[in-house]
Structure formats: structure tokens, C-alpha cells
Design a protein around this ligand. Structure first.
Ligand code: ASP
Length: 587
């Protein structure tokens, strides 16, 4: 008898109620113990494990079971012997008394322990990814991802959104990263670009009249990688016609309230909103983690004439702000010096500290500011006895970024993030354009199709830096989960936006002509958002690397250790494409 694959129970599904049932199971041997003539083995599949008991003769002469062997067994579900139940295992009250066993595949000793708690480096895990994915925690992540995506599709279907696929072989799209290029064989010397996002296509679908679009879309950006970035990643890409900001907010709040409860997180009915400027001033970040305090305080006005040249000139030429670490006066000199390493990468010279201890002030600034001067700073910042004030001065961008980083560092090191708390919020009122000192020009903060606020449009030429955008980001626990905007639908405004970005008429036509052309024939006002699916699953699973929620990810140096991509190709393939390689990178 072989049971139909679809009727066969999963190993982890059997319970005390199943006692007496005759079943067939398949799976991998997890561990094995021989007790005289009896063999006890755990059989595992993606659902969990079950204990098998059988007589050693059943295995045939000289046969031994090893870990990771693949078996098919038949047997009767029995209660475990008195005192042998395992309360930690869902199947812990029963075992399968095996009547027939078939070894389907013999396994060699795996290169690392295939358990949640493994001894393998990430490199080894990625090289042997199928074995890594066989670890219960990894299979769990993949199954969670599947359930979340299924719930997302159901939600958008109920909201009458239509999933439409958009091309992977396309031309450069406007998210501002480097493109991945694909050479064309048929059009020698011409290249497709992989989409950085389906941005232009989803807007064109609004021109088409689809009204509500969604896509679980793969996007490609050739950027330097970090723990939460991959060269290819997945977005929940959304666009709708005749909508305003509020419509997008309620849509996404509804989505999160549907999806996050799958892991026991209950987002609020409405998410708080924070304007970009306020987020930067209070938290030094446009994706603030609001689960703890340590807000940035203004100290600039106090610096004027304070007697400490460093602070005076920092305030005169830029900003001086600080944060207070409650109880931080007990930090050692070494710990305080260590904080400089946190602020320096952001361009700050260092963090100036003032300790307020019982009846005394300790600070490298004490000589210049005097005890009273130091106390004035401490009081203004709200530092009480036992607290530590940290100050950073310099250009605004530097001060905000440095203190923003310091704030996160202190919260992590001093355990200030309440266990189990999750904060969702909207960051709104982003600037439309961002000035680049390096290039001496403006860039779109979001992308060039983001609408300016109507009341700001007339400043596009006179005061481009002051124009606010109809753009928004959704943030959870200090992680940007997504962003979007209401788009420009007036071709004249679109041209002015291109001009502000230094994109002339000719270049605009060459790069985005198809969009401008479509906009001539009746374009509905529209807007949308894209959410990072990988990051969302990462947060839901309580992890801090997106590589753990992607089946086959790349390393931080953008290679796949499993397939060894990217790899050299046959010279004949290159010749066919008309491509020659000049110089190779090391390794
Ligand atoms: N295309 C944008 C992005 O990928 C999102 C959007 O504006 O909808 O960031």
C-alpha cells in the first residue's frame, strides 16, 4: 500500500487522537538511538518531527540509518510508554510503531549540523543553501513568507486591485540607483535595463484605466549591499487612480492590520504621522524609531557667547544639538571615548559629554564653560543628577545624522527598547528635491514623478529646496517599510520638475518620452506606494538580516555562493553579443 501523497499526514501533525491509525509517513531522519533490538528515530519534515520505533531487523542485514537519510515508513500510531511523553513536542504524546520501512535515499554526513542552532558560518550555509534551508527555522521563514504573500494577495483582491505583471527586460527606470544591464543579441550594442521598480509601468496602467494595480514585483538595483539590502528584492507595488494621501494611508493601514496579526503583532487602527522636518529635529532620522525617548534637544542658542570657542563657532556656522542618557553619568571614560566612533562616520568631530553627578559636573568642557556653564547646558537639555549629556556641533546634516546614530546606538547598548513593543508611523511632508554638494545639483528625493504640494508648485524655479512633496514613507520600529507619493499628472508640471532636476526637454523625451506621450491623452490623477516585502517578513520573523527570509540570496559582495553567479561566460556567447571584456575585477 502506498498512500496518496495528498492524503499522507505530515510528520508533525500526529496527535494522541490519532492513536490506532495506520499511516504512512515520509521524511528525513533526524537522530537515531539503538536500544538492544529496538531502534528509535525522529523523522522530520517541514511540519515537525515524530518518533519512530521499529525492530532493527527491519532494516536488512548490516544496514544502519544515518542522519538525513530519506525514509518512507508505514506503521500504527501508539501512545508513548508511561513517563516517556515529551511535553515540548506537539507530537510528544505518541510515536509510530513501524511495520514497514523503505530507505528512499541515503545521506552522507552533512557539512554542518542541520538544526536551528547550527555551527555553520553564513558562508558555509549559503554554499550549501538547500541544507541550510532544511533547518526548521529556515523552512519556517519560507512558510511565513508564503502565508504573508497569500494574505496580501487576498487583501488586495478584496479591495478590487488587479495584479498585473510588468517587464523585467526594460529600459532604465527612475529610482536613482545603478542599473543592471542586459545586452541585446538582436540589437547589437543596445542594452535592456532590469527595472529598479515598475514605477513607470504602474503609472501607465493608470493611464490605461486599470484604476487599482498591485504587483508582488521583483526589483533590481546595483547598489552596495548591507544586511537589509539585496541586488534583487521584492516589493509590494501599488498604484491607484483618483486617490489622495489619505486613501493610501488607510489602504496600507488596513493591509498591515490584516497581515501583522499573523505573527501576533496588532498595528493600531490609524498610524501616527510625523512631518519630515520634525522627525529629523527630534530623532535625527527620516525613519525614526519612536519606541524609546532620547530625543534630540536644541542647544544652539546657549552656545552663543558661552565662552567655549568650539561650541560658539559650531553654533555660528551650523547647529549644536544634544541628547541625554538617563543614568549615563556612570559611563566610564573608555565607554565615552567609544561613542566618538559612532558619530565620526557621519562627519562629526566627536561627541562632547557632560556628566551630572551628585553635586558635581564632570566634562572636558568644564574648564572653558565653568561649572555653571556646564550646568546651564545640562539643565537646558533636561539632564538631572546621574544623567549624561552628549553634544554634537557642525553642519546641520552632520549633527542630525550623528545624533540620530548615537541615539540608536545608546538605545541598543543600554537596552532601552521595550520588549514586544512595535511602533508604526507615517513620515510625511518630505522635501521634493535634495541638494547634492558633490554634484552641485538637485536630485529628486523620491523620484522625478512625485508631485509637489500644490501650494509649493510656484516655488519650483525660485526656491526649489523649499518645495515640499506629496510623498510619504511608512516606518516600523525605525525601519523604512515603504514609500510612495501622489504623482504628477500635469505634463506642464512634469516638464518643470525635469527642468528643476536639470533634465532638458531632449533628455526627458529620450528617457521618458513614452510616459509624456501617454500623458497627452487623458491621464487620471494617481498615486501609490511600494513596500519592501523582504524587510517586512524580516521584521515579522523578528530577524535582522533579509538574507534569512530570501530562499537564495546574494552575499554582501553580490555573489551567489550556491551557483557561483556571477560567472565568466563562454567567449562565443560574448562574441554573439558583440561584447569584449576589458579588465576583470579581482576574485
Ligand atoms: N517606485 C517607488 C520605489 O520603488 C515607490 C513608489 O513611488 O511607489 O521606491
Amino acid at each position: 500500500m502506498t498512500m496518496s501523497a495528498w492524503e499522507r499526514p505530515w510528520c508533525g501533525s500526529l496527535r494522541i487522537e490519532d492513536v490506532g491509525r495506520e499511516v504512512e509517513l515520509v521524511g528525513w531522519v533526524r537522530r537515531r538511538r539503538d536500544l538492544g533490538g529496538l531502534v528509535f528515530a525522529d523523522l522530520r519534515d517541514r511540519s515537525g518531527i515524530v518518533q519512530l520505533v521499529f525492530e532493527s531487523e527491519m532494516l536488512g542485514e548490516g544496514e544502519q540509518l544515518s542522519q538525513q537519510d530519506v525514509l518512507r515508513v508505514r506503521g500504527i500510531v501508539r501512545p508513548r510508554a508511561e513517563g516517556q511523553a515529551n511535553a515540548e513536542l506537539p507530537t510528544g504524546e505518541i510515536e509510530l510503531s513501524v511495520t514497514a520501512v523503505e530507505l528512499l535515499s541515503k545521506a552522507e554526513t552533512p557539512p554542518f549540523v542541520i538544526e536551528d542552532d547550527t555551527n555553520a558560518s553564513e558562508e558555509l550555509r549559503l554554499t550549501h543553501r538547500p541544507l541550510d534551508l532544511r533547518r526548521p527555522v529556515m523552512l519556517h521563514n519560507l512558510m511565513l513568507r508564503h502565508r504573508v504573500v497569500a494574505a496580501i494577495r487576498r487583501y488586495f483582491d478584496e479591495m478590487e486591485f488587479v495584479e498585473v505583471e510588468t517587464p523585467i527586460l526594460t529600459r532604465s527606470t527612475p529610482e536613482g540607483a545603478r542599473d543592471f544591464l542586459v545586452p541585446s543579441r538582436i540589437h547589437r550594442g543596445a542594452f535592456y535595463a532590469l527595472p529598479q521598480s515598475p514605477q513607470l509601468f504602474k503609472q501607465l496602467l493608470q493611464v490605461a484605466g486599470i484604476g487599482r494595480y498591485v504587483q508582488i514585483a521583483r526589483c533590481f538595483r546595483d547598489e552596495d549591499l548591507r544586511a537589509d539590502r539585496q541586488p534583487e528584492f521584492t516589493q509590494i507595488d501599488v498604484e491607484a487612480s483618483f486617490v489622495a494621501e489619505e486613501d493610501i494611508y488607510t489602504l496600507i493601514e488596513g493591509l498591515f492590520r490584516r497581515v501583522f496579526p499573523l505573527v501576533g503583532i496588532e498595528p493600531p487602527e490609524r498610524f501616527p504621522r510625523l512631518a519630515y522636518d520634525e522627525a529629523m529635529e527630534r530623532f535625527g532620522s527620516d525613519r525614526p524609531d519612536t519606541r524609546f525617548g532620547l530625543e534630540l534637544v536644541e542647544l544652539g542658542p546657549l552656545c552663543k557667547g558661552c565662552g567655549f570657542g568650539v561650541l560658539e563657532s559650531a553654533a555660528a556656522g551650523g547647529r549644536v544639538k544634544g541628547i541625554v542618557l538617563p543614568g549615563g553619568a556612570s559611563l566610564s571614560r573608555k565607554q565615552l571615548d567609544g561613542l566618538n566612533e559612532i558619530v565620526r562616520p557621519h562627519g562629526a568631530a566627536g561627541a562632547l559629554w557632560v556628566k551630572r553627578t551628585a553635586g558635581d559636573i564632570v566634562s572636558p568642557a568644564k574648564k572653558a564653560l565653568g561649572e555653571d556653564g556646564c550646568l546651564r547646558f545640562a539643565e537646558a537639555a533636561g539632564a538631572s543628577e546621574g544623567d549624561l549629556l552628549l553634544m554634537v556641533g557642525g553642519p546641520e546634516k552632520v549633527v542630525l545624522a550623528a545624533l540620530g546614530a548615537l541615539r540608536l546606538h545608546l538605545a541598543r547598548v543600554h537596552d532601552l527598547i521595550p520588549e514586544g513593543r512595535h511602533d508604526f508611523l507615517w513620515v510625511t511632508d518630505f522635501p521634493l528635491l535634495e541638494w547634492s554638494e558633490e554634484d552641485g545639483r538637485f536630485y529628486a528625493m523620491h523620484h522625478p514623478f512625485t508631485s509637489p504640494r500644490p501650494e509649493d508648485v510656484d516655488r519650483l524655479e525660485s526656491e526649489p529646496g523649499a518645495v515640499r512633496a506629496r510623498a510619504y514613507d511608512v516606518v516600523m520600529d525605525g525601519v523604512e517599510l515603504g514609500g510612495g507619493s501622489i504623482r504628477i499628472h500635469d505634463p506642464a508640471v512634469q516638464r518643470r520638475m525635469f527642468a528643476a532636476l536639470g533634465i532638458g526637454g531632449e533628455e526627458a523625451r529620450a528617457r521618458f518620452g513614452f510616459l509624456l506621450e501617454a500623458f497627452r491623452f487623458g491621464v487620471p490623477p494617481h498615486g501609490g506606494i511600494a513596500l519592501g516585502l523582504d524587510r517586512m517578513i524580516m521584521l515579522m520573523a523578528g530577524l535582522d538580516s533579509i538574507r534569512d527570509v530570501i530562499a537564495f540570496p546574494k552575499t554582501t559582495s553580490a555573489s551567489c555562493l550556491l551557483t557561483e553567479a556571477p560567472s565568466a561566460v563562454d567567449p562565443a556567447q560574448l562574441a554573439e553579443l558583440g561584447i569584449g571584456v576589458i579588465g576583470k575585477s579581482e576574485g
